[in-house]
Unconditional design. Structure first.
Length: 502
């Protein structure tokens, strides 16, 4: 049998064209100057306050970026300490209970001194107290004669839906239940916005809320009186890094005392009516006597920003997966304990839920709440298809071809580079294609840690219960996956030897 090695070499090279194509796909990097980064939690009021801070800083001539809906208290606090964000809206009760872990109510000065040890400062109160509350449908509360939290003791059958953060907080469900002696056992964790929908359709009977939530009035809900005074005060403030520029700090401090509860509720209602947090922020500045409108980013600008970041996340993680996955697949193709260990590790990583993997990486040194954490998670998820397909493609090469290559006196490296890899190229590219599509879809979760991408409008839409906003992220992500599929179909014709194409 005569082996036509030159033909294989002529038709496929796993070198410059392949890596160049991947680099072109991945190399979307922002070149903007470092702006002040504002973070916000995943509920309407935090989004609105974040937009107000962004507008205030922009009006002061300071470049600013708002990373919306990054998650709960601990995620934002870690991001602030780690330098991934520079400021975010917070509440004094949450600072005492969740950040400083202090069971007593502290004065503003005590809080300032305690935060200073972490290199963090805070503004004065923005002017309103947004306390936690338990809410019910008004009709149901009146039917059962419920007015206070203590009244819940008489109805152990009630179904309670609480945000996941509230379930675990020091000032949350467990100490609240102990303080009031509540007997309810049917308690589930649910997203803040989705909890209102569940309350409206009767899936749950009671949920936690913020006293300034617009949906309390919109859905005709009743706030159960905290008759034992369990909840501390939650004065709204901005936390910021002590190292932030003085002019940026002054811009945030000018927001002190400019909002009361009634006005905050009105802004929250505006955000949910218009499905636009920038619109609510504009209303705040108009009420303060500023007639200059602030359009913020157009949809096209936002879509461009989301898509470029999405490509950056998926592209760089895929490049890392390829650079690592192909060599690992080559080693795994030889079998033995090492090969089994490589495939086993890649398989185990694939079974870890994506949210759990992000949560595991965040506390590790170097990662934190950052783009690199999202890229690392996506890189790990992208390994299995590449490693497995590389190993399978090489193992499927007929023994007769291997023996012929050896008989020609070719070195092991030459056999691998010029014969085996081109022969396995169809299988390898198929694995890379699968990995790329997986990364495009999974990258939407990067928004949960403030890494941006097309997950931003999806999270915002979930918060607003707005299908249009969700689709602003979901449709481009799906189209991007199709474009990636098409891109690799083109690569098939460039990189796969002609005789191996279907």
């Amino acid at each position: 049998m005569k082996l036509h090695c030159p033909t294989l070499v002529r038709n496929a090279r796993f070198s410059a064209p392949f890596l160049t194509s991947l680099l072109l796909f991945a190399a979307v990097v922002s070149t903007r100057a470092n702006p002040v980064i504002i973070g916000s939690k995943k509920f309407t009021e935090s989004y609105v306050l974040g937009e107000i801070a962004r507008r205030a800083l922009n009006d002061a001539g300071i470049a600013t970026e708002h990373r919306q809906g990054m998650g709960g208290t601990i995620i934002l606090w870690q991001a602030l300490q780690g330098g991934q964000i520079d400021a975010y809206p917070e509440y004094t009760g949450t600072i005492e209970q969740e950040i400083l872990k202090n069971g007593q109510q502290l004065s503003f000065q005590d809080i300032r001194e305690a935060l200073g040890k972490f290199g963090v400062e805070k503004t004065g109160s923005l002017g309103f107290n947004n306390t936690y509350a338990l809410v019910m449908r008004r009709s149901e509360a009146q039917r059962l004669g419920l007015r206070t939290i203590s009244d819940l003791r008489k109805h152990p059958e009630l179904r309670i839906g609480l945000t996941h953060e509230f379930l675990d907080r020091q000032d949350g469900w467990r100490p609240l239940r102990e303080r009031y002696g509540l007997p309810q056992q049917r308690v589930i964790g649910i997203d803040h916005a989705l909890g209102y929908a569940a309350l409206a359709n009767g899936s749950i009977d009671v949920k936690d809320a913020y006293s300034t939530d617009a949906k309390i009035e919109q859905n005709d809900l009743i706030v159960l009186e905290d008759d034992l005074r369990f909840f501390p005060k939650y004065e709204a403030v901005f936390l910021f890094r002590s190292s932030m520029a003085p002019n940026a700090i002054n811009a945030l401090r000018r927001l002190e005392g400019t909002l009361d509860e009634k006005r905050m509720i009105h802004l929250n209602m505006e955000a949910e009516r218009t499905k636009n947090y920038t619109s609510a922020a504009n209303l705040y500045f108009q009420d303060n006597g500023s007639s200059a409108g602030y359009a913020g980013e157009s949809f096209l600008q936002k879509l461009t920003r989301w898509t470029l970041r999405h490509l950056e996340l998926a592209g760089f993680s895929l490049l890392l997966s390829v650079i690592s996955g192909i060599p690992l697949g080559i080693v795994a193709s030889r079998g033995g304990l090492i090969g089994q260990a490589i495939l086993g590790f890649a398989s185990i990583v694939q079974t870890i839920p994506s949210l759990a993997l992000l949560a595991l990486l965040v506390p590790l040194p170097f990662f934190g709440i950052s783009v690199r954490t999202a890229i690392a998670a996506l890189f790990l998820y992208g390994l299995l298809p590449i490693v497995r397909n590389t190993a399978s493609g090489l193992q499927d090469i007929p023994r007769s071809l291997r023996e012929s290559a050896v008989a020609l006196g070719l070195s092991p490296f030459t056999r691998l580079w010029e014969i085996y890899l081109p022969m396995a190229s169809r299988s390898i590219l198929s694995g890379i294609k699968t990995s790329a599509v997986i990364n495009i879809g999974t990258a939407t979760l990067a928004a949960l840690i403030g890494a941006g991408g097309l997950g931003e409008p999806i999270l915002s839409g979930l918060n607003l219960n707005d299908d249009v906003t969700i689709l602003q992220g979901a449709i481009p992500a799906a189209l991007l996956a199709l474009l990636v599929q098409w891109f690799f179909d083109v690569l098939d014709h460039v990189l796969i030897p002609k005789g191996l194409r279907i």
